[in-house]
Write a protein that binds this ligand. Structure first.
Ligand SMILES: NC(=O)CCC(=O)C(=O)O
Length: 288
């Protein structure tokens, strides 16, 4: 039995998220998801971008943070969206406030097609970079990193979740792959400095390392906004081929994931069965 139980259709919603008013982001997001379902009926997995509900800026995270509970605006919005369109929803990310610690996390919430919250990934690796002439960003000024890897079980099979900068750390993908994932999904927001350098390379690498699908969903680039998102949402197949890619503006991309493609790759080049844990450590055995 393949790790993916049958063919599934996916849609990645690259919209101009990050407006200061959450209600505007909700309205636009719903409009695009409705459009995706109209254009590709039968889509069962929908992915949103990083920080889909508010502005991606270190100074804004705490202001926009929500406690994860059914009555929180973003939780309610995402739950209703998944239920209304009967899709598994990887709900981008939102700034999450944990009341007990007063920490703020960059958190992806995952819902099943009844609107039930089935998983949560707190971005583990915070985006702290300083590239002269390019970009300086320090998420750790206002965010705390999560401390677990995330593999979600669904009726289609399992997928792993990371958030943006997490994709630079191959271990999270390896852990999910070894736990039986058919895909890694990264709500993301690369920028116009690091996007051209590494976006495609990293997505293809995660696919080839683990012989699974990789999906990156970015916000659309908004001219004049503070953070210039790279765009170029992507779906990469288990062989490392890009099978869907957006431009930089608002766009929905679609793909069909095929269990055959995973199985074929894993049989032709069986790296997933040729690991040498007598030589190096299996990171999936003790990962949280
Ligand atoms: N939002 C992010 O984590 C951005 C990551 C990024 O741009 C990178 O180059 O990595």
């Amino acid at each position: 039995m393949s790790v993916l139980k049958s063919k599934i259709k996916v849609a990645l919603i690259q919209f101009a998220s990050g407006m200061p008013d959450k209600a505007v982001n909700f309205k636009n997001c719903r409009k695009f998801v409705a459009e995706a379902m109209r254009q590709e009926p039968g889509t069962s997995l929908v992915v949103l971008p990083e920080c889909f509900n508010s502005t991606y800026a270190a100074s804004e995270f705490r202001k926009n943070a929500e406690v994860i509970e059914q009555s929180s605006p973003s939780v309610k919005f995402l739950s209703d969206l998944a239920r209304d369109y009967k899709v598994t929803l990887v709900g981008g990310t939102i700034p999450e406030l944990e009341p007990a610690s007063n920490n703020v996390y960059n958190t992806c919430l995952i819902f099943d097609k009844t609107g039930q919250l089935i998983g949560r990934h707190r971005k583990v690796h915070l985006f702290d970079v300083d590239i002269p002439g390019g970009i300086r960003f320090k998420e750790s000024d206002s965010l705390t990193g999560g401390d677990t890897s995330t593999t979600i079980d669904t009726p289609h099979g399992k997928f792993g979740v990371g958030v943006c900068y997490d994709m630079r750390f191959p271990e999270l993908a390896t852990v999910s792959a070894r736990r039986g994932a058919f895909a890694m999904i990264y709500p993301s927001a690369f920028n116009t400095t690091t996007g051209p350098l590494h976006w495609h390379l990293l997505a293809r690498a995660r696919s080839v390392d683990n012989e699974l699908y990789t999906m990156l969903c970015s916000p659309a680039r908004v001219p004049g906004s503070g953070y210039q998102a790279y765009g170029h949402s992507l779906v990469v197949d288990p062989q490392g081929n890009i099978i869907a890619e957006a431009g930089q503006g608002e766009e929905i991309i679609y793909a069909e994931l095929d269990p055959e493609k995973i199985d074929m790759m894993r049989n032709m080049i069986p790296v997933t069965r040729q690991t040498r844990f007598d030589v190096y450590h299996d990171v999936s055995t003790d990962a949280k």
